[in-house]
Write a protein that binds this ligand. Structure first.
Ligand code: UD1
Ligand code: CA
Length: 456
């Protein structure tokens, strides 16, 4: 039975923020959410988050998450003391009871690394360690002449020989749950920082003849912690670089892997091209051959194969069919579904609307709360007046309609199949199919009219 304990009680003083540190974001999501994602992939019996500073805000942010427990650590007396607060929550029940300790401010540890850590343990303890050129600040892994792990010594408690050790404790470890409880009850705070060190359980395990193994992270960024805004942005870049690397490996072309941001998940088909400066948020799925022009923002989008998104488009919670053309400067808003071959051009906004196959709105239009049929042409400057100041109404535009430029469709209203609206029409009643409907005043010219002249 696997328990995961995530330490998240620290103040995060160097963030200089009112927000608890673990709620600061990486790739658009709180750091703690990243840790929870990795933990959940291990299928734990329970996850306990140890909160302290800003405890209420952290709890509130995760209200409704299933199977998540909180333990309060107040005041904060060290990492060992923090895990002790979670002890009453730890579930036990089988021979393979194990507790994995993670950190809310070390957001990018990957499930694969944690699986290797758990596997390395056997029935004993495993510590995630790294070999660093500069080990300053870290706890050092002390081994005997035969290479067996003996204990961990904190930087501030280390002597000169120990300071020379380059193998460091990342903080993450796995230990048999019952043993861990016992060791935690035996640690003290007689050390340089007057804290209860979680790391002291290693020496106790060795005393109890429990084997201590180590595992290493697959990538260095997995164990980087965030204590300042500078570290936050460094880790953000490291993670974005990693996401770019994964996309390139999967066959996506990126115009510049340094100007590519995924804040969520991006799933791409074959031969996708992504230009510079694009931001992908939530879940974005791009079909084969999709082209995304520069500086576009795509949030929760599904785009089918062959579609081109031109520069500076802002697409939010919509579905686009195959071989469509969107932008430049297009805006799609939530609830929009565009069928195959649709063209949405510059300065066109589409909201909560369904647009049928091969329909076009190429310039300066607002299509909101509308059902647009197939092969419809929406002229430049056309507006669906969907809001009467109190309620939203739908506009129905049937197949093969041609809407002249600068028309206003005052909803609720229907334009029948094959109808044409003359330019400048203000449509307040339904337009019958196959006819020309025009509402503008008839054009007239005044013969002999002269321009006024300025008085002398
Ligand atoms: C700890 C390790 C050290 C390791 C380093 C890696 C100990 C004693 N030392 O040191 O061996 O090399 O991490 O970064 O464990 N926290 C609480 N409650 C507390 C104290 C800390 O929740 O009372 C949380 C913090 O919010 C933070 C984490 O535990 O997320 C680590 O605490 P920190 O004080 O940064 O430990 P280090 O001194 O860096
Ligand atoms: Ca630290």
């Amino acid at each position: 039975m696997l328990n995961v304990v995530i330490l998240a009680a620290g103040l995060g003083k160097r963030m200089k923020s009112d927000l608890p540190k673990v709620l600061h974001t990486l790739a658009g999501r709180p750091m703690l959410s990243h840790v929870l994602d990795s933990a959940l992939q291990l299928d734990p019996a329970r996850i306990t988050v140890v909160v302290g500073h800003g405890a209420e805000r952290v709890r509130a942010a995760y209200e409704g998450w299933p199977d998540l427990c909180f333990a309060l650590q107040q005041p904060q007396q060290g990492t060992g003391h923090a895990v002790q607060q979670a002890v009453p929550q730890l579930l036990e029940g089988d021979a393979d009871d194990v507790t994995l300790v993670l950190y809310g401010d070390v957001p990018l540890v990957q499930a694969d690394t944690l699986k290797r850590l758990l596997a390395a343990r056997g029935q004993g303890v495993a510590v995630l360690t790294e070999i660093l050129d500069d080990a300053a600040g870290y706890g050092r892994i002390v081994r005997d002449a035969g290479g067996k792990v003996l204990r961990i010594v904190e930087h501030k408690d280390a002597d000169a020989a120990e300071l020379a050790i380059r193998e460091v404790n990342t903080g993450m470890l796995a230990a048999p749950t019952a043993r861990l409880k016992d060791w935690l009850s035996r640690i003290d705070n007689n050390n340089a920082q007057g804290e209860y060190y979680l790391t002291d359980i290693i020496g106790l395990a060795v005393d109890d003849s429990v084997p201590v193994q180590v595992a290493h992270p697959a990538a260095a960024w997995e164990t980087l912690g965030v204590n300042s805004r500078a570290q936050q942005v460094q880790l953000e870049r490291a993670w974005q670089r990693e996401q770019a690397r994964r996309q390139l490996e999967a066959g996506v072309t990126l115009a510049d892997s340094e100007r590519f941001d995924v804040r969520g998940s991006l799933i791409c088909g074959r031969d996708v091209f992504i230009d510079v400066g694009c931001v992908f948020e939530g879940l974005v799925e791009l079909g084969d051959g999709v082209h995304v022009g520069p500086y576009s923002v795509l949030r929760n989008m599904t785009i089918a194969s062959g579609t081109r998104i031109e520069a500076y488009s802002h697409l939010d919670d919509a579905r686009v069919g195959r071989d469509a053309r969107i932008g430049p400067y297009a805006r799609l808003r939530p609830g929009t579904t565009l069928a195959d071959g649709v063209h949405i051009g510059n300065f066109v906004e589409v909201k909560n609307s369904v647009v049928g196959k091969d329909s076009k709105a190429n310039h300066l239009a607002y299509v909101g709360d509308a059902d647009v049929g197939e092969r419809v042409n929406v002229g430049a400057g056309t507006i669906t007046c969907n809001y009467d100041g109190a309620n939203k109404w739908r506009t129905i535009i049937e197949d093969d309609v041609f809407i002249g430029s600068d028309s206003q469709l005052v909803a609720p209203v229907r334009v029948g199949r094959g109808a044409t609206l003359g330019a400048g029409t203000t449509l307040t009643r339904d337009a019958p199919p196959d006819q020309l409907t025009v509402s503008r005043a008839r054009q007239s010219s005044i013969e002999g009219w002269t321009r006024p002249v300025k008085k002398k």
